[in-house]
Design a protein around this ligand. Structure first.
Ligand code: GLN
Length: 305
């Protein structure tokens, strides 16, 4: 019996756009966890951890974008909960890839080279020492695997082949492996993965003063990591943002932008500025040179998407 008891009882998401997500599901279920296949952004809510499986990285990158999942998955990585990319998943997590025709998730300070082991080595197996795993070596399966060619701080190498080639790396709550631990009977890496990041918690508690409804959308610093889809949650999020502006003070557009950039992580301060004005929390001169917090209660938004 290879399993390490891992406590079980977590809800783990496995990105299920393409690739070998079913094998991860089986491994996680054997460890006693609930598994949710992720195809839409809303399905990320309430997860304890997320796996990006192996498969074809260009296909998964394309589907991440067309399913509007790229930014939400990036926000999930920033939330501090465990995220693990295996093989194609590791390619997608890397900030630098030699040959990918569109952006992946790009959250880990690693460089990877796709299909780097050459034709004669399309697939191979090796026994590896993995930092953090006790006991016998981990038997790893490589299939058209990527090489991790560089690991930059704060990422660190966790595991190397005998010739020094890096095949696993970790950066805080994120883990990348070139190989496929879901294809062997050994669940130690799945168990280890669930101990990195915010152990045992769902999303981190909201910072003081943040409304409870916003908790799923905030990181520990109170930044909005995902833009809510529901109108009511949007309204609360915009009101929360408005709280960052002092009453009675005038702001230039640049100052507004700076405050908003600090208040979220998904890279769309222009949209946030527009919502603040549309929902009546900020007023501005006609030429947009000066903004201030509205004195009156915000009016109900009319026809805002
Ligand atoms: N070669 C694949 C790619 O580059 C990865 C292979 C795998 O996930 N097993 O996307």
């Amino acid at each position: 019996m290879n399993d390490i008891p891992a406590g079980g009882g977590k809800t783990v998401g496995v990105l299920a756009l393409q690739g070998d997500f079913r094998e991860h599901r089986e491994m996680l279920e054997r460890l006693g966890h609930a598994v949710r296949e992720i195809r839409k952004a809303e399905q990320l809510d309430g997860l304890d951890a997320l796996i990006i499986p192996g498969g074809e990285s260009t296909t998964i990158a394309r589907l991440l974008i067309s399913n509007n999942l790229r930014e939400p998955v990036r926000a999930f990585c920033a939330s501090g909960l465990p995220v693990w990319g295996t093989c194609a998943g590791a390619i997608l997590l890397a900030k630098e890839v030699d040959n990918l025709d569109r952006p992946g998730i790009e959250m880990m300070e690693i460089s990877v080279k796709r299909n780097a082991f050459g034709r004669q080595l399309d697939s191979f197996e090796a026994d590896l020492e993995v930092k953090g795993l006790e006991g016998r070596p981990f038997h790893a399966v490589f299939i058209r695997a990527p090489l991790i060619t560089e690991v930059r701080k704060p990422a660190t190498a966790l595991c190397r082949l005998a010739d020094g080639t890096i095949v696993a790396a970790r950066q805080g709550n994120m883990l990348a492996t070139s190989f496929h631990p879901e294809l062997t009977g050994d669940s130690r890496l799945h168990a280890y993965f669930l101990t990195i990041g915010h152990v045992g918690s769902r999303r981190p508690a909201a910072p003081e003063g943040a409304p409870l409804e916003l908790v799923p959308y905030l990181d520990t610093a109170g930044r909005i990591t995902i833009w809510p889809a529901k109108q009511q949650a949007k309204q609360i999020a915009v009101e929360h943002l408005a709280g960052r502006f002092e009453r009675g003070r005038r702001y230039t557009e640049n100052e507004v932008n700076t405050l908003l950039v600090q208040a979220h992580t998904f890279g769309d301060h222009t949209m946030l500025r527009r919502y603040l004005c549309d929902f009546g929390f900020l007023e501005r001169t006609a030429d947009g040179s000066s903004y201030w917090r509205a004195e009156t209660a915000a009016r109900a938004p009319v026809g805002t998407p």
